[in-house]
Every structure is written in structure tokens, then in C-alpha cells.
Design a protein around this ligand. Structure first.
Ligand SMILES: Cc1ncc(C[n+]2csc(CCOP(=O)(O)OP(=O)(O)O)c2C)c(N)n1
Ligand code: SF4
Length: 276
């Protein structure tokens, strides 16, 4: 790992040196940059970071960051993150991946990660498509998007990650846009500092299979949403807009689930404590 000295701390201290193989112009490059900026800002020692990812172009990010990491199984990154946080509460656990990884095959884990509210930061690079497997529609793809694989569109309504996170009990819910690197970096800082499960959904264009997403920089609203701890107000902000707003939609202090494995406990004590 890189030696981190306070006076020389910069985003570069958090790059592994492995060269990203994303397509030129892919939004995920900007997310990587925003993440390393956030880590440098917070001065988190590299060995105190656990970056767990699933499978997809976005999930490759764990190879590019100089931290402990695990490039796991498709849709299971949150389970890895929960396991790490349970065993090592002292670590900053960051889970990252794509909309396919997190909302489709990993959808069940997403619901329960929100509900459990462990102190984990979840970064989803949402490009509204499966990039790695050549452009299949994902849960966030609009129903009328026509592609070789779905020539007439899917006709299926979109998954609403922010609304579902709110309904499921996440205590920090934000949306950013990869093209607004400063904004995304700030959201990641706030999310890591937040105690509880934080969702940072980042609209991150797939320039290869959804070239029209290059236009997002013209349509996304930059950091126009202020946080609220009121669920109804947050629901209005999430559901009552055009899906292009960014910022923190909801932030509240809610009970955080953290099993205590630091002392010998029987399973009966554990069940009593957590009412399982
Ligand atoms: C169990 C399993 N099913 C399917 C796949 C094939 N697969 C690999 S990546 C992927 C989707 C990736 O899409 P997303 O998570 O949105 O990331 P992106 O590549 O767009 O960044 C799929 C379906 C797999 N690797 N494992
Ligand atoms: S296929 Fe799309 S998501 Fe994957 S690296 Fe290329 S631009 Fe990025």
C-alpha cells in the first residue's frame, strides 16, 4: 500500500496504479476521481478502507483504488460489505457497483441493507444499462429505450432506487451526476461521515452502449436538493421531480445495526440483543 503522509495526502494516494480499462469517456472515470478526492479530503488511512464490489464495468473500481478490496460475485457486494462491517466495525466500508449489479440481481440485498442500516456507504454508478455485457436494459432503463437486444423497448416501468431506499429504511439518500465531480465528491464525503447506510446513486454515462447519455450534462440539475430528515418531504422531493435533481434527499439519525463480536457471546445472547 502507498505510504500516506499527512502533508502529501492527495487523491493519487488512493490510486492503486492499476490502469482502468473503461472505455474512453466512461462516466466511471469521474466517479473514481471523485471517490479518491473524497478519501483524500477525509484523510482516511488506506488500510482503514474496505471497498467491496460486485461484477460489471463499474464494479472494477475496487482494482483501481489503493485500499483493501474484494471484487466479488454479481449482485452480492452489499453482503460482502455487511460481513466486513460486522467483523471490522473500525473500518470504513464502501460498497460500489452498477445499476444492474445492485438493483437487479442484487435487489434483495439492497432492500435489506437499507433496512439493516449498518454504517456502510453504497455507491451505485447508474448508467441505465448493463455495460459489461454489451447493452442489455437494466432496472433503471426507460421502458421505451430501443436497442438490438430489446428492439421495441422493454415496456417495463423503471426501478426507483431513491424511493425504494427511503421506503426500506436507508438513513442517507443522495443522487449525483458523474459530470459534476465536485458535487459527487462532496456527496461521498457526507455519505462516509454519516452514521448508517448511505446510498449515493451517481448517474454515470455509458458512452458506448448509451451514447445519448453524453447529453446528461445539459439536463442534470447540479446539487439543487437540500437534505431533510422528514420522510414525507423527502418522498415528495424524490417522487415529485423529473429524476434529474441531485443532492442529499434524505438524512436522518436512525438506529444503526452493528453486531458486537469483540467479546465471547453465545448465539442466545446475540439473538436476544438483536431480536432475531
Ligand atoms: C450470476 C451472474 N449473472 C450474470 C452475469 C453477467 N453479468 C456480468 S456484469 C453484468 C451486468 C453489469 O451491469 P451493471 O451492474 O449495470 O454495470 P456496468 O457494466 O453497466 O457498469 C452481468 C449481467 C454474471 N457475471 N454473473
Ligand atoms: S461499456 Fe459502458 S460502462 Fe462499460 S466501460 Fe464502456 S462506457 Fe463504461
Amino acid at each position: 500500500m502507498n505510504e500516506v503522509k499527512e502533508e502529501t495526502l492527495s487523491p493519487k494516494n488512493y490510486l492503486s496504479g492499476v490502469h482502468p480499462i473503461w472505455c474512453p469517456g466512461c462516466g466511471h472515470y469521474f466517479v473514481l476521481r471523485a471517490l479518491t478526492q473524497a478519501l483524500a479530503w477525509l484523510k482516511i488511512p488506506n488500510e482503514q478502507i474496505g471497498l467491496m464490489t460486485g461484477i460489471g464495468c463499474s464494479s472494477r473500481i475496487s482494482a483501481y483504488v489503493d485500499a483493501y478490496g474484494f471484487h466479488g460475485v454479481h449482485g452480492r457486494a452489499l453482503a460482502l460489505g455487511a460481513g466486513l462491517k460486522a467483523a471490522r466495525p473500525d473500518m470504513h466500508v464502501i460498497v460500489a457497483g452498477g445499476d444492474g449489479d445492485g438493483y437487479s440481481i442484487g435487489g434483495n440485498h439492497f432492500l435489506h441493507a437499507c433496512r439493516r442500516n449498518m454504517d456502510i456507504t453504497y455507491i451505485v454508478m447508474d448508467n441505465e444499462v448493463y455495460g459489461m455485457t454489451k447493452g442489455q436494459p437494466s432496472p433503471t432503463t426507460e421502458p421505451d429505450w430501443q436497442s438490438k437486444l430489446a428492439p421495441e423497448g422493454t415496456g417495463i416501468r423503471r426501478f426507483n432506487p431513491l424511493g425504494i431506499a427511503l421506503a426500506s429504511g436507508a438513513s442517507f439518500i443522495a443522487r449525483g451526476f458523474a459530470g459534476d465531480q465536485k458535487g459527487v465528491s462532496k456527496l461521498i464525503v457526507e455519505a462516509i461521515e454519516h452514521k448508517g447506510f448511505s446510498l449515493v446513486e451517481i448517474k454515470s454515462p455509458c458512452v458506448t452502449f448509451r451514447p445519448e447519455e453524453k447529453e446528461w450534462h445539459k439536463t442534470m440539475h447540479k446539487m439543487n436538493i437540500e437534505p431533510t430528515a422528514d420522510v414525507l418531504e423527502a418522498a415528495q422531493k424524490i417522487h415529485g421531480n423529473d429524476g434529474l435533481d441531485t443532492g442529499i434527499f434524505y438524512q436522518a439519525e436512525l438506529p444503526v445495526f452493528q453486531p458486537d463480536f469483540t467479546e465471547e457471546k453465545s448465539i442466545v445472547d446475540f439473538e436476544k440483543e438483536f431480536e432475531v
